[in-house]
Unconditional design. Structure first.
Length: 180
């Protein structure tokens, strides 16, 4: 039986014990983030999305992960420093986790199991192959900045490829519908 997403233990980036239960009845956009990735500028649009939709009940949740070519090498403190000084990030951030492989965090095991396919996924997978990156599984997180949308009821609604940005009409439509 699948574990309830709200019950999975998490660590805040400050080291505090928490879980998604702290965000119950909110719409959640869970994003695996990295500081040294070509997609890192997405922090800007994610923060804008958070500011624009927070009062309607959206929480953007950042999960730093170092699974892709060492693009998140920093400590939690270094990640906080980078995110606040470079991108003025205010949305909640969590302690660095693994989103892939044998040490995949239970949250990401549940997310990828529940929502195995991502919207907008084709072009980015092909582009990665050009860099010699060929993900083993079709259901694995493809790269940094993949996004999972979770409804107010705690169920995963959708999953978006890393190159589907925070201002992409497909993502915005799904968020607005979930907030509705």
């Amino acid at each position: 039986m699948a574990q309830d997403l709200y019950d999975i233990p998490l660590k805040g980036i400050d080291g505090s014990d928490t879980s998604l239960a702290a965000y119950r009845d909110k719409v959640l956009l869970v994003v695996n983030v990295a500081s040294k990735c070509g997609l890192t500028p997405q922090y800007e649009a994610l923060e804008r999305l958070y500011q624009d939709k927070r009062e309607q009940g959206l929480e953007v949740l950042g999960f730093p992960a170092n699974n892709f070519k060492g693009q998140e090498p920093g400590t939690d403190n270094e990640i906080v420093e980078f995110c606040t000084t470079k991108y003025d990030v205010h949305f909640p951030m969590f302690s660095k986790i693994s989103v892939l492989g044998d040490d995949k965090h239970p949250l990401y095991a549940q997310l990828t199991h529940t929502q195995p396919a991502a919207t907008g996924e084709g072009p980015f997978r092909e582009r990665l192959k050009g860099y010699g990156v060929n993900p083993e599984s079709q259901t694995d997180v493809l790269w940094n900045f993949e996004k999972f949308l979770i409804g107010r009821d705690g169920n995963v609604i959708a999953r978006f490829s890393p190159d589907v940005t925070a201002d992409d009409p497909r993502l915005l439509a799904a968020i607005d519908e979930a907030l509705g």
